[in-house]
Structure formats: structure tokens, C-alpha cells
Design a protein around this ligand. Structure first.
Ligand SMILES: [Zn+2]
Length: 64
């Protein structure tokens, strides 16, 4: 996917910056918003920027 396109994308909720998430094979899996802790999935190379489609972002090292 074109990284220049990613740079133009912001979170539809908070308008904040998004971070690309990749799987073990370096394939883009989604765009993460750290502020909202949501992951917007990428399907067929197209980012799905819908809150209803967003997945909860797994946080690391933040247990109860
Ligand atoms: Zn956000």
C-alpha cells in the first residue's frame, strides 16, 4: 500500500494520527489509533475508516 496515502489518513473519531499495523509477513492489517485504542481494518488494500468496523486495539502491558 502507498505510504503517502496512509499519511493523509487520520482517525475519523479524534482526527489524530494513525499507525500502520502489520502481521508477521509484513502485510498491512489495519490502521491503529492510539488515542481511541481502535484498529481500523484494511480490506483488499482499502482502509475501512468506519467506527462500526473498528476493532479494539490490544494494549500491551496494561493489566488491571
Ligand atoms: Zn482516534
Amino acid at each position: 500500500m502507498d505510504n503517502r496515502l496512509i499519511e493523509l489518513l487520520v482517525c475519523p473519531l479524534c482526527k489524530g494520527p494513525l499507525t500502520m499495523r502489520r502481521d508477521e509477513e509484513q502485510r498491512p492489517v489495519g490502521l491503529a489509533c492510539a488515542a481511541d485504542r481502535l484498529l481500523f481494518p484494511i480490506r483488499d488494500g482499502i482502509p475501512v475508516m468506519l467506527e462500526s468496523e473498528a476493532l479494539p486495539l490490544e494494549t500491551e502491558g496494561q493489566g488491571p
